[in-house]
Design a protein around this ligand. Structure first.
Ligand code: HAM
Length: 429
């Protein structure tokens, strides 16, 4: 397309039909997996009041400082933001509809999120998440359940190059103490701090620990450790999570530098990372956010959740060339001749009645060109009806993929015959 102003916004991708097949399969797989743990679907708007994200994610975070698509609604002056993540919206919805009134909630959502980041492989301005939130759960069994859930999904998807990093951020009091020690420590070395770190020194010193700047690494390595400030409850909580992981044989690495880029976390945090995707290797991340519900106006209520990046997971699936998608189409119906043309539409409907996925050739074209289209369609079979077949109530069944001989059979036996032979599942080789 020559007019760049009419192309998709940078960092926002079209998902074309060939690729969308993998998305559909992934979404089905994920839905089954979520069902098997009793998580229920919730759907929130893509746009929320800007104040919600500022309050939930934190004013001094990359997301709120520089990545949100925020705008003023010119019709009424409202300050709105395209959601950069789902946890804040999910908590807002739960509180607005009083869902925590008499029962804790296991919820999930999926859909696009928006962050104005510098686009690169695995990092987009519109990307998709599957988010999983358990609200009203205080004990460590739910943290562990969510991590085990992830491990099961990776197994189900056949992913092998994925490792788990965990950490505990402790509770508010310990973090306050740690924060004060960090400020005092980094303030001693103010001339060694880069621009970001200087800006964050008093507002969010914990984020300095997350810096990727090689020149700051030595300073960061010697900084006061949160681990040294943790209170007993938080330590026991973390021990309990680790012990369930051990019990289930889920390997983990403790990463004391894992602090996460959103302010609402406390206690357990975790990330699943892969080395197969280059710089954007975190495919799934989350943790506990016991203070957020109260912060957004609800009664104090503990919670824990995570979200995975769908684009990253799918490119990981594609990086391992084991995924073979079965054809989304069973039959391409080829027909030529007056009687055959009249009969073909009825036959196509009958095959669909039997559960088959059928494309009926529409428009002109001789046998040869129709057969080319049948091949290109990805269908597993061509069903061919010429006047010859039409007169005898028959059709020719021609396998287009794999083995099998072409055969002429009665139209009434066609559906059963095809159903016996088709392969609907995705396969892993
Ligand atoms: P997050 O770490 O900001 O957490 O995002 C979760 C995942 O979304 C990341 O691990 C990554 O796979 C994917 N992701 C993030 N940004 C991008 C991007 N620009 N392009 C492609 N993929 C991206 C959250 O959003 C929290 N709400 C997770 C959570 C739920 N914590 C508790 N409950």
């Amino acid at each position: 397309m020559s007019n760049p102003s009419l192309q998709a916004v940078r960092g926002m991708n079209d998902i074309l039909p060939d690729e969308a097949q993998l998305w559909l399969w992934f979404e089905d797989t994920v839905r089954e997996w979520l069902d098997s743990y009793g998580y229920r679907n919730i759907r929130m708007p893509l746009v929320e009041p800007t104040a919600l994200f500022k309050r939930a994610i934190g004013e001094v975070t990359d997301i709120v400082e520089k990545e949100m698509y925020s705008f003023e609604d010119s019709l009424n002056g409202d300050h709105l933001t395209l959601r950069p993540e789902g946890t804040a919206s999910c908590v807002r919805a739960v509180l607005q509809h009083n869902l925590l009134y008499n029962a804790p909630q296991r919820l999930y959502y999926s859909g696009p999120m928006f962050r104005h980041e510098r686009p690169q492989k695995g990092r987009y301005r519109q990307f998709h998440q599957i988010g999983v939130e358990a609200m009203g759960f205080a004990s460590p069994d739910i943290d562990a359940e969510q991590i085990l859930m992830c491990a099961r999904l990776w197994r189900k998807l056949g992913l092998t190059d994925v490792t788990l990093q965990i950490n505990t951020l402790g509770d508010a009091a310990a973090r306050k103490q740690h924060r004060e020690k960090l400020i005092a420590y980094f303030a001693q070395y103010e001339d060694l701090l880069d621009e970001d770190a200087t800006r964050r020194l008093h507002s969010n010193p914990l984020r300095i620990l997350d810096s990727k700047n090689p020149q700051m690494q030595e300073l960061i390595a010697a900084a006061p450790k949160l681990m040294d400030e943790l209170h007993e409850d938080a330590i026991l909580h973390f021990e309990a999570v680790k012990s369930v992981l051990k019990q289930h044989g889920v390997a983990y690495e403790i990463n004391p530098r894992l602090v996460r880029g959103l302010d609402y976390y406390n206690r357990t945090v975790f990330e699943w990372v892969t080395t197969s995707l280059g710089a954007q290797g975190t495919i799934c991340a989350g943790g506990r956010y016991d203070g957020l519900i109260e912060q957004i106006g609800g009664k104090p209520s503990a919670a824990c959740g995570f979200a995975m990046g769908v684009e990253r997971l799918l490119s990981l699936l594609q990086a391992e060339p084991k995924v073979v998608l079965a054809s989304p189409l069973d039959v391409y119906l080829v027909h030529q001749g007056e009687l055959a043309d009249a009969m073909a539409g009825v036959l196509a409907e009958q095959l669909r009645d039997a559960g088959l996925r059928v494309v009926l050739h529409c428009g002109d074209g001789g046998f040869k060109s129709q057969m080319k289209k049948a091949d290109a369609s990805g269908a597993q079979f061509a069903v061919i009806v010429g006047d010859d077949e039409a007169q005898t109530g028959q059709a020719t069944l021609k396998p287009l993929r794999g083995e099998g001989e072409q055969a002429r059979i009665a139209q009434i036996e066609l559906a059963q015959m095809i159903n016996k032979q088709i392969n609907r599942a995705f396969q892993r080789g």
